[in-house]
Design a protein. Structure first.
Length: 278
């Protein structure tokens, strides 16, 4: 039995009326330890759907936060997690080791992402997760981690889809973070490890992104499609790195993600993002 770190027995759902026309569904997550390295405890923050039923198995989406493998917090994707839980999925925001806090490398972050997938595989029944219906997402360095779950030391839990917000797709000298990955740059570089079974993906990117330039994203798309995969790219004029964190583009990008997941059969009905956040 998986032990919860908090004493939250069930999800507490609060309805916050921020204006007469806006209704935001707020869900307090369960917090569960998935890995311990020496004295470092790493947790999953698990947002369950409304009217969660212990007898059912749910489609699940995992969000890895960004921060250049140096810093960041799972709260970055709290709004996304609550939204997709309200749409009937289990949503998870993992912690992972960071350079500024733990002195770790990007490879250590990749190892933690892999540990998340293995933990979910082992504990899927207890968590109410359908381990064959998992979507992995992330932003920037978190997008890189999401990508690595599709090729690095793959467990039997392989993502069925990837949702990528201005992701790092290349850690070679042509990409981002090479100096932090000197020994492992090509081993953990997504564009250099795309296989024939690469899952369908969507990338949301600003045209003025200087960290993960649109040029790099388009090259990644080209390589994926050359291998027979699907890689949708939605670009936003004049937007810079991390644009999706603003309220305006949180709604716009979430709407696109909702439609993409609906096209794959993960969601039913129309997106409700604009009725929740007006």
């Amino acid at each position: 039995m998986v032990k919860m770190k908090t004493l939250l027995i069930t999800i507490l759902i609060l309805f916050s009326f921020e204006s007469n026309s806006q209704k935001t569904i707020r869900i307090i997550p369960e917090v569960i330890e998935y890995k311990k390295v020496d004295t470092i405890s790493l947790d999953l923050h698990i947002y369950k759907p409304l009217n969660f039923d212990n007898s059912k198995k749910y489609k699940t989406i995992i969000f890895f936060h960004g921060g250049g493998w140096r810093n960041g917090n799972p709260r970055q994707f709290r709004r996304h997690a609550m939204y997709f839980a309200s749409r009937g999925m289990i949503a998870i925001t993992p912690e992972y080791r960071l350079f500024n806090t733990h002195g770790t490398s990007p490879l250590n972050c990749v190892q933690d992402a892999n540990a998340v997938m293995n933990f979910i595989k082992k504990n899927a029944n207890n968590l109410g997760i359908n381990s064959k219906e998992i979507v992995v997402s992330g932003g920037s360095a978190g997008g890189h981690l999401a990508l690595t779950t599709a090729f690095w030391n793959i467990s039997s839990v392989i993502p069925k889809a990837l949702i990528l917000f201005n992701p790092v797709t290349d850690t070679s000298p042509k990409g981002f973070g090479f100096k932090r990955n000197l020994d492992d740059a090509f081993q953990i570089s997504p564009i250099h490890n795309i296989g024939k079974n690469y899952p369908p993906s969507i990338i949301l990117i600003g045209t003025d992104d200087k960290v993960t330039p649109l040029q790099n994203i388009n090259e990644f798309k080209r390589v994926v499609e050359e291998k027979g995969g699907r890689c949708d790219v939605v670009s936003y004029d004049g937007q810079k790195h991390g644009f999706f964190n603003s309220q305006k583009y949180f709604k716009k990008t979430t709407y696109e993600v909702d439609k993409f997941l609906s096209s794959l059969g993960f969601l039913n009905g129309e997106p409700s993002i604009y009725s929740q956040y007006q």
